[in-house]
Design a protein around this ligand. Structure first.
Ligand code: TUI
Length: 314
């Protein structure tokens, strides 16, 4: 059985987090992952605090186990969602797409453990100093908003730079990725894309089918010109966005193009105009399974690999 310090720190059975995917990771999915022994995480994305509170209550109805809330720091609602997470006393807050320093004291005072997503060594060091309980080091293989570095180089550098536990994210979708993450210095993993195929994950059929059919070269990165690179499936929307991006469209035109695109993918299943966020591991996602089974399967595979790793050494 794979256990690590993050299990003891959070009171979870397996060191597997479910990524806080905007519009997707609701109270139902988070509770299913937590019931399965991992750490489920409710995404706040661009939603107001009222939505996040509802989802927290939904998760509490479904599980007594710890779960987390992800705060997307670029959201206009980030301040009120940050406050709601403190008031609801969730076990864990994860953050993404920014620097959460201004909220850290409030969360700490409410007894919430803060686990920021970092994409660089500099932010990792700052977050340790500011009181983070652990870090998620997320490489650019991930879906959604990404940094510059890949998981293979980010995780060891972050692990060397801090003394708190490091969770690896980006490109991990099976036990091989989990075992490799431990070798890189992580003591747990976060997966998003793999959980898109969880039975309890409510997304449009179109979205799910696109993930199950994805090949190795099916994702692309747009938004670099605006300074917010985002990885998604290579769909008509993504191609059109990229054409505008490099065709001299104004920042306002680009923002207008992006508005509502996530909803159109997740809720409407609009293959033409939706933005289907996904990581490079989409090609490794092959079947729909209960979330608990995903957590177990990945952890069991990692355990078998790690137990057999001695065969490489004479
Ligand atoms: O946040 C994510 N992934 C996301 S957020 C999101 S919502 C969205 N929708 C449309 C457009 C843009 C966003 C979809 N996916 N992952 C965590 C993450 N954080 N990845 C990279 C970072 C990051 C990058 C730079 C964190 C901090 C940072 O710099 C902090 C600073 O300001 O110093």
């Amino acid at each position: 059985m794979i256990r690590s310090q993050i299990c003891d720190l959070l009171g979870i059975r397996y060191p597997v987090f479910q990524g806080g995917m905007a519009w997707i990771a609701d109270g139902k999915l988070a509770a299913a992952v937590s019931e399965g022994g991992g750490l489920g995480i409710i995404a706040s994305g661009n939603a107001p605090a009222s939505y996040v509170r509802e989802q927290i209550r939904e998760a509490k109805r479904r599980t007594d186990r710890p779960f987390g809330v992800n705060i997307m720091l670029m959201s206009p609602y980030a301040p009120e969602v940050a406050r709601a997470a403190a008031e609801e006393k969730v076990s864990v807050v994860t953050t993404g797409a920014g620097n959460p320093s201004r909220y850290m004291r409030m969360w700490e005072e409410s007894g919430v453990k803060v686990i920021p997503v970092v994409a660089s060594v500099g932010l990792a060091r700052l977050m340790q100093r500011t009181g983070a309980a652990a870090l998620i080091a997320e490489g650019g293989e991930s879906g959604g908003h990404i940094g510059e570095l890949s998981t293979m180089v980010l995780v060891p550098q972050v692990a060397d730079a801090v003394q708190i536990p490091v969770i690896a994210a980006g490109g991990i979708a099976d036990g091989r990725g989990m075992a490799a993450s431990f070798m890189l210095g992580a003591c747990g993993v976060q997966m998003g894309t793999r959980f898109l195929a969880a039975q309890e994950c409510t997304i449009s059929t179109v979205y799910r089918e696109k993930i199950l059919k994805a090949g190795d070269l099916c994702t692309m990165v747009t938004g670099r010109r605006l300074g917010h690179p985002v990885r998604s499936l290579r769909t008509p929307f993504a191609r059109e966005y990229m054409k505008e991006e490099y065709g001299g469209a104004s920042d306002e035109t680009l923002e207008a193009l992006g508005t509502g695109a996530l909803r159109r993918a997740v809720v409407d299943g609009d293959a033409q105009n939706g933005c289907f966020l996904a990581g490079q591991s989409a090609a490794m996602v092959k079947q729909v399974q209960p979330a608990a089974q995903i957590v177990r399967e990945v952890t069991d595979e990692a355990e078998r690999i790690l137990q057999g790793a001695g065969r490489w050494v004479e």
